[in-house]
Write a protein that binds this ligand. Structure first.
Ligand code: NG6
Ligand code: CA
Length: 510
């Protein structure tokens, strides 16, 4: 009898009753649209590794990021709270302080409490350093990811069209020579400082708007900097570096459950893939960069296989916002686009609240756990990973955390009958902008700031004025072309009121 009880106790303390703690690798692409992968219908080039990930897991047709620009999506992913609830969550400038207050509970905090090792490798773009001071590039870049729950970080501090082009590893600029300090600023540091304007004929890729300040690696950027020459990287090497650092970190942490946020810079501008990917597609560097991120995904899958971890690792592949062609550099994305539809059959892309802004590729794979070959129409969003994963690993979520993050783990794992969200608020950039509100097949658009279509992905910028409110039926009109608000006044009234309530109440989660 005693032996029986002790056996029961041993079992309950370990496998039987303990929560399952898979490794989690979230791969977030940058500016990748719904139609940008071959498994999502792209015909002009192949993305075999991501296609494989999808074939071995679930491909979502209603997978979203929460905003149509980078910073607010990343903010919401890490904090589980809609960025429009918080100030200063629009696209972060080069010298932004950390925009997530360090007392905020993040997905990394909660997984860390559950015994996970946590890392972010790649593009950060959520600011570094203290409020009002910003980053101390030559000192400690605190607070940063380590102060909000990540054990390890290896970063591109902002985004690569912004200065400076240096890696940050655990609060320090990597390879910085103290005799050659890094200076970053908004104003030209000297009269003769070469810029994209004064030295335009020397550039290896020309700019089209903005992006004409300091030149590094033949490309002019947003913002000015000097020094830190030994610390500077080549744009061409970013993807290789993320993969190298991730493999190293996975190998070091394979004995614990781990959470890796692999924040790729592909396919954000400047799109400068490694030389071995340049020209592999007919569509120019934009699609070449898609092939490059596909390679990265393949390498991560291999790394997990080599460590024997495939059956214990949940992969989530997503994007941070929809696509854009000309985002400031003349890389021929538009000229070579041909029939490729980066947003698939949706309208809009980056910066817009049309579906193309936030409805993006979304794939989950967990070998042996998720039934392969599934396609799911359930609505899931990057913002939901915080609550879904925390609950799955048996963690309590503090009352004031993850305010808009819902538990959709059943849908993410493809459980029979499991539901995703019944509603989702989409936003463009920052606080007080424009909103999309999807409820079932209905989509309400609310334009508080820019009252134009603002569709930059299509061949020409479409800035046709729009009324403050528009209503679309996504089932019959996924491209949001026919505003049916006048024909459906009751539905419109109800959705307007529900959206207003979500904005006013400060939270979704009860
Ligand atoms: C915009 C930039 C754009 C891109 C974007 C951020 C100009 C004219 N445009 O302000 O190039 O950097 O910010 O992109 O400077 S994101 O994907 O990181 O949100
Ligand atoms: Ca982005």
């Amino acid at each position: 009898m005693i032996r029986f009880f002790s056996l029961l106790f041993a079992l309950s303390a370990t496998s039987v009753f303990a929560a399952e703690k898979p490794n989690v690798i979230v791969i977030m692409a940058d500016d990748l649209g719904f139609g940008d992968l071959s498994c999502y219908g792209a015909n002009d080039f192949e993305t075999p590794y991501i296609d494989q990930l999808a074939a071995e897991g679930i491909q979502f047709t209603s997978g979203y990021c929460s905003a149509s620009t980078c910073t607010p999506t990343r903010y919401s992913f890490l904090t589980g709270t809609y960025a429009f609830r918080r100030p200063n969550t629009g696209i972060a400038p080069p010298s932004s302080p950390l925009i997530i207050p360090h007392e905020t509970t993040t997905i990394a905090d909660v997984l860390g409490k559950a015994g996970y090792k946590t890392a972010v490798i790649g593009k950060w773009h959520l600011g570094l350093g203290e409020k009002e001071k910003g980053p101390d590039w030559n000192g400690e870049l605190k607070p940063g990811p380590r102060e909000i729950g990540f054990d390890y970080n290896f970063l591109l501090p902002t985004t690569n069209d912004r200065v400076p082009q240096v890696y940050v590893e655990n609060s320090r600029v990597k390879n910085l020579d103290p005799n050659d300090p890094l200076w970053v600023g908004r104003k030209k540091p000297s009269e003769d400082h070469p810029t994209g304007i004064t030295h335009r004929d020397t550039l290896k890729m020309d700019w089209t708007h903005g992006h004409n300040s300091t030149i590094h690696n033949g490309i002019s950027r947003i913002g000015f900097y000097t020094g830190g020459m030994k610390a500077r990287f080549r744009d061409e090497d970013l993807a290789d570096e993320w993969v190298k650092q991730s493999k190293k970190w996975i190998a070091q942490n394979k004995d614990d459950p781990f959470f890796l946020f692999f924040a790729s810079h592909d396919i954000h501008v400047p799109r400068i893939p490694h030389e071995r990917f340049q020209g592999v597609t007919r569509l120019g560097f934009r699609a070449d960069s898609i092939v490059q991120i596909d390679w990265c995904v393949g390498e991560l899958m291999k790394a997990v296989d080599e460590q024997g971890l495939a059956e214990n690792t949940l992969f989530v592949f997503c994007s941070d916002n929809g696509p854009v062609m000309d985002d400031g550099y003349a890389d021929e994305a538009l000229e070579k686009l041909g029939d490729h539809r980066a947003s698939g059959h949706f309208s809009g892309g980056k910066y817009s609240v049309y579906e193309g802004g936030t409805r993006t590729p979304f794939i989950t794979r967990w070998t042996g756990k998720i039934k392969p070959g599934q396609v799911s129409d359930e609505v899931v969003c990057t913002i939901d990973l915080a609550t879904s994963l925390s609950k799955y690993v048996g963690q309590e979520i503090p009352e004031n955390a993850f305010l808009d993050s819902l538990d959709v783990m059943g849908a993410l794992l493809g459980k029979e009958g499991a539901k995703g969200r019944d509603h989702l608020v989409q936003q463009d950039n920052g606080k007080g902008g424009n909103y999309g509100f999807r409820v079932g097949d209905w989509k309400l658009q609310r334009h508080d700031s820019k009252k134009t279509r603002n569709l930059v992905v299509e061949k020409k910028l479409d800035n046709t004025p729009v009324p403050q409110f528009q209503l679309f039926n996504l089932e019959t009109d996924p491209a949001e072309k026919n505003n049916v608000i006048d024909a459906n006044p009751k539905i419109a009234k109800d959705l307007k009121a529900r959206l207003q309530k979500l904005l006013d109440s400060g939270r979704t989660r009860s």
